[in-house]
Write a protein that binds this ligand. Structure first.
Ligand code: DAK
Length: 257
């Protein structure tokens, strides 16, 4: 891994992926995204890992796809590059992913953040889809996910002008879970990760799948999946342990079985 750093057990059960192209403000080139894809596949398989945090550095989560590498490409070059397969992997990750964002999260960087499951932002974070300013439009889900997150009017304004959203505004619109001082954003992401990591990984995974389905399907189909996943938790030892521990007034010990 050249362009990212992966620490499997930064805290017990919590893995950390750091995007690491600081000179280019973590611009997302195909190699970096492939490294992220490979890391997510490995972490998803690693039973010791329950929650994944993805972060950049204080200056930037990611300032977008790499404009220098895209500038001269034709439509067919872009098609043949087939970067969507790589990007889709983020969406397919079964374990929860928390984006810890400081500085710029623009274009593909903002789309990357919106593909994660929860977002902790530093007060310095800036979100935006400025593709319109370089003559293109969001290509990795921005028109869909930003619209679902902030509503049509705000999404139109942001995508048609390329304006940035401050961390506070992003919080107001529900794009991020929490805004904290810049020294605290990683700490806060770990606090959230550790809270989730204590719970049944089976139930967490099934709940994540059901929540995501609400974005991808009609209510009826989403409710059907939710019900099936709900029943399925009753096949897990974790559900038995969780309910037994409640009745016995003690802390549950979840084993992921
Ligand atoms: N790509 C390449 N290099 C970038 C970059 C980017 N997106 N953003 C910044 N850099 C580089 C700068 O060129 C500069 O490099 P040097 O000149 O030093 O070599 C270095 O990072 C520092 O940037 P600045 O000097 O510009 O720093 P400032 O603080 O003055 O400005 C800024 C920071 C973030 C406001 C500015 O850098 C900026 O506007 N950056 C571009 C933001 C942007 O337009 N982003 C959207 C890009 S388009 C797809 C998936 C995704 C996408 C498309 C397809 N598929 C799956 C097919 C996504 C597309 C995009 O994201």
């Amino acid at each position: 891994m050249e362009l990212i750093k992966v620490t499997e057990q930064k805290e017990p059960h919590v893995a950390l992926i750091e995007l690491n192209r600081p000179k280019e403000l973590n611009a997302l080139n195909p190699q970096l995204m492939q490294e992220v894809r490979d890391a997510l596949i490995a972490l998803d398989k690693n039973e010791a890992v329950r929650v994944i945090i993805i972060t950049g550095n204080e200056q930037a989560f990611a300032a977008g796809a790499d404009i220098k590498q895209m500038a001269d490409k034709s439509a067919i070059d872009m098609l043949l590059l087939d970067q969507f397969t790589t990007w889709d992997q983020i969406r397919k990750t079964k374990k929860p992913i928390i984006a810890a964002v400081s500085g710029f999260a623009l274009g593909g960087g903002c789309e990357f953040v919106m593909t994660c499951d929860m977002v902790i932002a530093s007060e310095t974070a800036k979100f935006g889809q400025p593709e319109i300013k370089i003559g293109t439009i969001p290509g990795a889900g921005g028109t869909q996910r930003l619209t679902k997150a902030v509503g049509k009017a705000k999404a139109m304004e942001l995508i048609l002008t390329g304006r940035f959203l401050s961390a506070e505004e992003a919080h107001f619109y529900g794009l991020v879970n929490k805004v904290v001082p810049k020294e605290m954003y990683l700490h806060e992401a770990f606090a959230l990760a550790k809270e989730i990591a204590q719970l049944s990984p089976v139930a967490v995974q099934l709940a994540k799948e059901a929540i995501n389905r609400s974005f991808e399907t009609h209510l009826d189909e989403g409710l059907t999946l939710e019900r099936k996943n709900f029943y399925l938790t009753f096949a897990s030892a974790d559900q038995k342990e969780g309910m037994k521990a409640f009745i016995e007034k003690r802390k549950a010990e979840f084993k992921g079985q």
